[in-house]
Design a binder for this molecule. Sequence first.
Ligand SMILES: C[S@@+](CC[C@H](N)C(=O)[O-])C[C@H]1O[C@@H](n2cnc3c(N)ncnc32)[C@H](O)[C@@H]1O
Length: 199
Amino acid sequence: MAKRPYQPKDYFFRKAKEEGLRARSAFKIDEIARRFTIFKKGQTVIDLGAAPGGFLQIILNEVGPTGHVVGVDLAAIKSLGRPNVKTAVMDVLADDFAKQLEALHPGPVDVVVSDLAPKTTGVKDVDEARSLRLAGIALDVARVRGVQGGHFIAKLFMGGDFEQFRTDLRALFSDVKVVRPEATRGASMEIYLVGLKKR
Ligand SMILES: C[S@@+](CC[C@H](N)C(=O)[O-])C[C@H]1O[C@@H](n2cnc3c(N)ncnc32)[C@H](O)[C@@H]1O
């Protein structure tokens, strides 16, 4: 099948507007969530790299009013108008990030989601390495805070040490999937790694 050309105002962009979603990326988490039955009502979910909040809108719906959702990003996230979501401006690369996150929302976490993406330089190796580092931080959060049986989703730029990351994930989760959601732009190198059922 021919690759879809990059069109800024494509189908998913328009659909997101129509459905009141903040970002077209919302359809990616929606697809992954449905395929692997990631979320349940009442869960606690941490979303890293959450601005402007497209993933958060979907996650909030999935976990319902009894769930707890935490979103952090370098950029501020506009209020989602729900009492059960906390957002904060944080740099996941900060030395004390784990402490900051714990202070924002302590306790066990059912699902860790990361859509973290570095500012791209155009230098493939550099961009891949930065993307991998961000995904590695998300995996650390899942390792330390994730409950047994919990799940993990992280975006990664394909290439570089992808295989090593998948191996690390397999050590921590019973099942690991690689997904390229439909809403991914045609030319994008990004994929999502999904870790199911933390050991
Ligand atoms: C693709 S966007 C996320 C879109 C989001 N999932 C949504 O649905 O609205 C990637 C995000 O990663 C964030 N990011 C990149 N590096 C970061 C860092 N070191 N700390 C926190 N956030 C970071 C960016 O600010 C950007 O908002």
